[in-house]
Design a protein around this ligand. Sequence first.
Ligand code: URA
Length: 436
Amino acid sequence: MLTAYEIIRKKRDGGSLSPGEIELVVREYTSGKIPEYQISSFFMSVFFRGMSDEETLSLTQSMMQTGIVVDLSDIPGCKADKHSTGGVGDKISLMLGPLAAACGARVPMISGRGLGHTGGTVDKLESIHGFRTRLSIEEYKRILREVGIVMSAQSDDLVPADRKMYALRDVTATVESIPLITASIMSKKLAEGIDSLVLDVKVGNGAFMKSLDEARELANKMVRVGRSYGKKVTAYLTDMNQPLGREIGNWNEVVESVKVLRGESDAGDLVHLSTVLTAEMISLCSGEALSTAEAMVRKAIESGAGYEKFLDMVRAQNGDVAAIKNPSQYRSAKVSLDVKSNESGFVTSMDTFKIGMASVKLGAGRLKLHDKIDPTAGISLLKKIGDNVSAGEEIAIIHASDRDRAADAAKDILSSYNLGTDRPSAPQLVRERIAS
Ligand code: URA
């Protein structure tokens, strides 16, 4: 058997790794036998050399095997989930999970933390005081059985390999790799014990996949891995050339999601994408036509059933329900700074990556492995693509812990907006659907 050093060298030189070699790297890194500097180098080799479908499947399988695969067969109903490849302002899971559960699906969701310039569902949920994301398998199953939805972080039991690898990739510039993303997402999703999965593959200047071709390749690779495990998988390619909704951060994204669930949101993109992806989950589970499933989702918003499900989940996971009911009285950042435009015109494009990084630098994400998240840090966008702006008008509000950080972020945000004289057409949010 090759050593870790030889395996890294083999991949660096464009070789194809055997299942045993991949398994060795994953197992020994997870158990602490391979140091972080070697696995970082392995990731960089994979980043540049890629992996075949067979290697990617082995990587997924090896990562999954570092933990337990949850058996949910004793819980009745169809177990369905969704996973996004990551975006800026992407809070869809917070709405979709409760809505799908309100429509009858069981949603066992294991989510990630912020990665690179993108936010993570676990960081958002942890901005709710008391909310527990680290659950034992018994708690995970009990909450799923009783509430119909559970949202958890990867625990030591569930794909421990991904928990370690994800955090390291985040700080070694090795996130944007199709095989690494595929194995990271699919190992978690397959370990959850699901029957069906909807994948939201983001594409654009705020996504890990910049072009439609790359996004399609990632989507197809994930769908193939899912199918080889006998799961029903559908992928969507959706736009990430501007942040989703108006809020970027953690607590402010929770508040924005709650507004959608209460039917109080004017963020059309959030409502639309949550509806489309939730309907797909329901349709995969029940066989209902997509149009029927969409009507069910709209009803779950109008009746408040999705919002009630969210409250039930927060309560079951020890979160402060009063904070969700009265968010404005709960917490806010120390400093709030308006960003004003220097010029007039229509917003023609936005540098979504830069906006995501501005939010990370404010403390809403991590620049180093052990950085602590500031739950109140973030950005509210008052203008998006197609909106008209006058010189001197506010385009965004920065939420920060101090004035210096806020001022730096304000400069980044200002330079992230491009204005022109002609109103551009709105970007198409749902670009493609890849059905299994
Ligand atoms: N989301 C994940 O869970 N893993 C990745 O590698 C990227 C996005």
